[in-house]
Design a protein around this ligand. Sequence first.
Ligand code: PLP
Length: 426
Amino acid sequence: MSDNINTSIEPFAKKDGGLVALDVHAIRKDFPILQTKVYGKPLVYFDNAATSQKPKAVIDRIVHYYENENANIHRGIYHLSEMASEAYEGARNIVQKNINAASRGEIIFVRGATEGINLVASSWGRAHLHPGDEVLISGMEHHANIIPWQIICEEKGAVLKVIPVTADGELDLEAFQKLITEKTKFVSVVYVSNSIGTINSVKSIIEKAHAFRIPVLVDGCQAAPHIAIDVQELDCDFLVFSGHKIFAPTGIGVLYGKEKYLEAMPPYQTGGDMIQAVSFVKTTFKEIPYKFEAGTPDISGAIGLGTAMEYISGIGRTMIHDYEQKLLSYATEKIRQIEGLKIIGTAREKIPVISFTVAGAHPLDIGTLLDFEGIAIRTGNHCTQPLLAGFGVSATCRASLAFYNTIEEIDFFAESLDKVIKKIRS
Ligand code: PLP
């Protein structure tokens, strides 16, 4: 272990000069699943980039909804339906406030980041792309931000271009500058890599794209749990994220879009609740966001998402960030010392996601043996096959941490990792 890493969870300095500490042991009590055992050993959950665990506040809110408020929304004129509608629309207000959107119409509830990107690629792309146009993504994208663009480009005769990734796992911004031309019609880029943890300079990408009047979608899936997002400050035109990565349920997510774009886009799906009037001759649609929310949505999911966002705000974004950075440097230093271990992705700015390979040990074997120690990590390509191919590997082990993880867990992880690697090599 490096001498200059402080293993204690020290109080952080507050702006007013006082000191405040993130009490991780108190926070862990909010997450029932963290008290469970796996094969008789305490669960060490290091797969937060895949999905996060849920605090009791979120679980309780969903139970409360089903026990007291369950009804379909927007349609009933009776008390329960009004309560359900109010809770659902209240969640929209919470999301709006949390990401500082200019209006609540700009917040569309979707199934997750995947659906949000598909919505934009399909609706915006179909209306605006023409043969020879170019869409720019990066070499660091999750498959969810590659395939929808590939498909719409094929359909419209447009060309998909890719911002290269450097050996450290950062976006090559000089290359980006050269790739952006009069032909570029859309930029869709990941804020934070799920695979290697890089935090990209999306603000500067947005500024450069806007100089050419090109709209930018930011895939905020991995940023949302770790970084405070202010869409007006970023000036992104679209943003997507998934609830389940930010301590909310699966099946709910958010698409933020600037009003001027959403209003000009045709509906993605059609059906109930998104219409003004229907006849066999013509249908007219509701205003945003409802135009994009066809059918019965995930009502309890949206409500749970609102609660999760309030829970995070309650802890404090700065405190979470500072604590997670400590976890990241401690874990990086600790595992770096294991012989033959190589960290994939060493960008200057990272969230606590560490991808690595180990000479003489397959990621799958490492993951399987760690599981017997109660440690959950992810192995594989993390839905980023092109990125890993660029690093010359097809799979890595990935430890992804959240604010409820501890230094003690990292110690146990590093010790167990060392042990399983020796076992595999023996
Ligand atoms: N984008 C990124 C960066 C991700 O990490 C993920 C999921 O891992 C997605 C998009 C897709 O998210 P979901 O499966 O929740 O739609």
